[in-house]
Design a protein around this ligand. Sequence first.
Ligand SMILES: Nc1nc2c(c(=O)[nH]1)N[C@H]1C(S)=C(S)[C@@H](COP(=O)(O)OP(=O)(O)OC[C@H]3O[C@@H](n4cnc5c(=O)[nH]c(N)nc54)[C@H](O)[C@@H]3O)O[C@H]1N2
Ligand SMILES: Nc1nc2c(c(=O)[nH]1)N[C@H]1C(S)=C(S)[C@@H](COP(=O)(O)OP(=O)(O)OC[C@H]3O[C@@H](n4cnc5c(=O)[nH]c(N)nc54)[C@H](O)[C@@H]3O)O[C@H]1N2
Ligand code: SF4
Ligand SMILES: [Mo]
Length: 725
Amino acid sequence: MTEIVQLSRRNFLKLSGATLAAAGLASMGVKVAWAQENGLTYDTIVPTLCEQCVWRCGVLAKVKDGKIHKLDGNPANAHSNGKLCARGQSGIMTTYDPDRITTPLIRVGARGEGKFRRASWDEALDLVAQNMLDIKQKYGAEAMIFSSTHNLSQPLFENLLYGFGSPNYGTQRSLCFNAMVVAHLMTYGLEEPGRDYTNVKYIIYTGRNMAEAISTSETASLMDSLAKGVHVVVLDPRFTKTASKATEWLPIKPGTDLAFHLALINVIMTNQLYNVEFVEKNTIGFEELAQAIGPYTPEWAAPLTGIDAATIDRIAREFATAGREAMAHPGWRTSNFVNSFQAERAIAILNALVGNWGNTLIAAGGEGGGIPLGKPTQPPYPRITAQRLDGVPWKYPLVPLKIGVFQEIRDNVLTGRPYQAHGWFIARQNPIDSLPDRAKTIEAFSKLDFIVTVSILPNDTEWYADVILPESSYLERYDPLLVLGNKAFLRQPVVEPIGDTHSALWIHKHLGERLGLADYFQYTDEVNYINQQLAPLGLTVDDIRLKGYYEAPHQPSEVAAEPEYKFNTPTGKIEIASETLRKAGQPAVPAWQEPPEPASGKFYLLTGKVGQHTQFATQNNQWLHQLHPDNPLWIHPQAAAERGLADGDIVTVRSDVGEVQTAVSVTEGIRPDCVWMTQGFGKLSLGLKTAYGLGASDSDLHVTVTDPVSGGQALSQTFVTVEKA
Ligand SMILES: Nc1nc2c(c(=O)[nH]1)N[C@H]1C(S)=C(S)[C@@H](COP(=O)(O)OP(=O)(O)OC[C@H]3O[C@@H](n4cnc5c(=O)[nH]c(N)nc54)[C@H](O)[C@@H]3O)O[C@H]1N2
Ligand SMILES: Nc1nc2c(c(=O)[nH]1)N[C@H]1C(S)=C(S)[C@@H](COP(=O)(O)OP(=O)(O)OC[C@H]3O[C@@H](n4cnc5c(=O)[nH]c(N)nc54)[C@H](O)[C@@H]3O)O[C@H]1N2
Ligand code: SF4
Ligand SMILES: [Mo]
């Protein structure tokens, strides 16, 4: 039985004002009173964490008659600051999605036919363990792939992976930010610089759609900055909502951000507009770049990028004038083209030239290990010597092991090289949809003996699985604590789970025990796990469930700001020229690398997020469905006219690997040589009764193109034709 926090309204109102304030609940008391006056009543308020996306904002869940009534933002959480986005508020319908999987399912028909039978947990877990152990015995532990997209139960997932003894850890990261991460490791010695908007005066966003591709607190920082009159430049082939708020929108030609930034560097270096003191003290390789930058003038970049030379020259000068108060944003889903790694290097160096380190760019991100949490004891992992299927490090020496090259795992399942994989354990991830070239992923699945997923919905990956282990939704379960700044937040059940579902903490433990890995799961249940986390603080779950978090008395020590900061590069400095890159046979300083372009009559196919959906996960949510039901293809009026297309017409979109049919949305908000669609539609699973049959999948069209340096999948490097269907 899941324990439900019982903070009843009656008990709640009995608490004195002082007690409320002490518990940090005064604002909740006010809300209860307001709701009563307005005829809205609910029985309990449970503080917990959102999981509609990876930000995990703080939630105050209001419950009436055992049902979730309303979700609000928790003011005590720095990510939400009292607010939830549309997806967060619609979390109710994630829990109450009629299509949820409510018992373990075992496939009975052919793979992909969608025929499953219900099973007990014992039967399903026994079957999974038996298949995994068979694979291990016959082919070695490395023949099992484990993949998961970051979630709070990741440490337990990692115990399964490493305890089992497989090196094959698939994460979503190479489909996302590898170009940015590897470029910043090579330049600053860190994976991603934090951003501080406090003093910012001038921002350049390169394909970062902060207003729609939400990073809660940072999106709020942008909005505050706009209100303060900060100059914002947006480089995006598409008129995004961020572009609509910006000072200037530059509809750059896809794949040419590198040229734009090289030209900014050229103007700043040749006119000596850089921060001499900072560069001398903190960087290495300036001279080498100065020798190489000469040809990259604004006049050179103009025809490549489609942005006139005077604009590039002006932005360079304005950026340099803003100096330490300027920020060239590093971006997030940055792997767009094979040259995106070089573009990210140029962005990193542009920031170094104005010396904004310790001011607008900082070392620390949001989440940190500032609170000394405990964890159950466990033995060391067995030594793993097998090669990784994703080519790290033997093919991609510069890619960190924890980041990997996911699409390469899929490709190597198909080639059977360097060895054949036989099984895939997937948790909270949707590789059928999120990897490029969906037909290829389905083909790779068909090569495997056994596929198991842990999910809440019969999404497209579950459709092709052999066993589905249903997790309770995030409003019905516990997860390990989330540390954010000086607070440790609790995810706790708001209502009883629907059906026979369990948390990942429970599922991973019970599977682990069947795999002979009980020593890696030394907790009796979820609450016991969290109690072991809280033990060094002398606390238990019961001590924090009312408030929903523990707050450390002191802010964990901030990473020292420049000038004391030591960059974690081989030279201890910001590496404008990188010997590591030179040794790897790459240019030591950024150099122009021509990206491929579409042949005449073809378009760049662009993809990206909308504010109303998360990745491939929320399209079946009935409320979000109402806000954003499908994904028409954006096309420029000129390109539409040439093809005789009007708004709403159905077109066939074809790439080298697939074709889809979809409606067009004719808009001036995109370059004439590009088309765009958001991801996550065109579902294959008939189990998704709300989303099935709506829109089209860009993953059917995406060609797999991997940047050899960062391992990033170049998600804009697919070219398509568009014709009336
Ligand atoms: N609402 C919502 N928010 C999210 C997410 C979500 O699913 N939904 N996902 C989260 C995740 S995991 C991530 S990684 C981030 C992604 O955050 P972003 O990277 O900001 O978002 P995307 O929409 O993936 O891509 C941004 C833009 O890149 C543009 N683009 C494509 N190719 C090029 C190019 O060559 N040059 C330039 N300059 N622009 C180009 C596209 O037109 C698109 O508008 O969002 C996060 N936030
Ligand atoms: N075409 C295209 N491809 C892309 C992108 C794009 O913009 N366009 N973006 C790329 C980026 S930036 C990223 S980060 C990746 C993301 O790629 P993935 O991580 O594979 O995508 P998600 O949709 O986040 O997968 C989460 C899955 O978990 C399930 N789920 C939701 N909640 C829960 C839960 O509480 N428990 C469990 N166990 N399961 C749950 C969802 O149904 C979904 O199937 O995709 C990349 N691929
Ligand atoms: S940004 Fe929205 S979906 Fe993501 S955690 Fe916050 S409220 Fe939830
Ligand atoms: Mo991402």
